[in-house]
Design a protein around this ligand. Structure first.
Ligand code: PBG
Length: 324
């Protein structure tokens, strides 16, 4: 047993920077970060997202150049979101080989083949009602939606997506997507499940960024933010359906959930530092209340310390430019 104070002194290992570095338990590197981007069709110039300072909607026609810059900055992976001008009641544009989803994946992959291109796989940015699937009787129809998610995954993988990341929170979506991919010979395309996605108010700025006019809310499919055990059930279910990676979203307010899932699964675990988490840090820094660079690094480090292997963050580009 370690003898107590005054023999034991925890401050001994904090005495110099080099010593502190030696005993640091967690570190974050660019290898761990995924940069989410918004791509809009029929747009001429970069359009700033007012609620997310530093984030722009990228015009589809400037995507190739932007993706090259992202890769040159040292980013290893991006996640793509489309801002659609061709919405309908079921997100049909995503099921077309010449739709925005397929075009942006192909352009991104062609521009920087070394980047891991992850396709956010959902319908909300492509439906007129803003919900994540097909509506029947005022409810998102689960089984029809997962069939469509399977179709969208095949389109995305064929267009160039390296990873499929379904975020619709439908039951059985991982099994449906795995079956669709395998049935089309895409057996090597991994699925990163948004396994635990909460019905969070922290997505507010994203809805503006992605041009999603949601009528109502997503509480009938995304998880209640106050449930922890259910988060484990969702993760276990997605793992059993064949997910290759799991995810918790949002990240910062859910470190307990990240930590519990880390203890119960051997799969790589991602965490999504969402738009609201980004906006809070950016606006507080702009107001002079916090030191942005330090808070960003502390928040990402804490997400890793809790047990995440990968972090989706809008700060990835800042970090690639500035270093850790
Ligand atoms: C929906 C989707 C959302 C986010 C990622 N994918 C929004 C939602 O579920 O309402 C949120 C991302 C963020 O807030 O940064 N496919």
């Amino acid at each position: 047993m370690v003898p107590p104070f005054p023999t034991m002194r925890l401050r001994r290992l904090r005495a110099s920077q080099a010593l502190r570095d030696l005993v640091q338990e967690t570190s974050v590197s660019l290898n761990d970060l995924i940069y989410p981007i918004f791509v809009e069709e029929e747009l001429d110039d970069f359009a700033p997202v007012e609620s997310m300072p530093g984030i722009y909607r990228i015009p589809e026609r400037k995507l190739a150049g932007t993706v090259k810059e992202i890769a040159a900055a040292g980013i290893k992976s991006i996640m793509t979101f489309g801002v659609s001008h061709h919405k309908d009641d079921h997100g049909g544009d995503t099921l077309r080989e010449d739709g925005l989803l397929a075009r942006m994946l192909k352009r991104a992959k062609d521009a920087a083949p070394e980047l891991v291109v992850i396709s956010d796989t959902c319908f909300c940015e492509y439906t007129t009602h803003g919900h994540c699937g097909v509506i029947h009787d005022d409810d998102v129809h689960n089984d029809e939606t997962i069939e469509n998610l399977g179709r969208q995954s095949v389109i995305a993988a064929r267009a160039g997506a390296d990873v499929i990341a379904p975020s619709a929170m439908m039951d059985g979506q991982i099994a449906a997507i795995r079956a669709a991919l395998d049935g089309n010979g895409l057996t090597n395309t991994p699925v990163m499940a948004y396994s635990t996605k909460f019905a969070s108010a922290f997505y507010g700025p994203f809805r503006a960024a992605s041009g999603c006019d949601l009528k109502g809310d997503r509480k009938a499919y995304q998880m209640n933010p106050l449930n922890g055990r259910e988060a484990i059930r969702e993760s276990i279910a997605d793992e059993a359906e064949g997910a290759d990676m799991l995810m918790v979203k949002p990240a910062g307010p859910y470190l307990d959930v990240i930590s519990q899932i880390r203890q119960r699964s051997l799969l790589p675990l991602a965490a999504y530092q969402v738009s609201g988490e980004y906006a809070m840090i950016k606006f507080a820094a702009q107001a002079g209340a916090i030191d942005e660079a330090r808070v960003v690094r502390e928040s990402l480090g804490a997400i890793k310390r809790a047990g995440a292997d990968l972090i989706l963050t809008y700060f990835a580009m800042d970090i690639a430019r500035q270093g850790f």
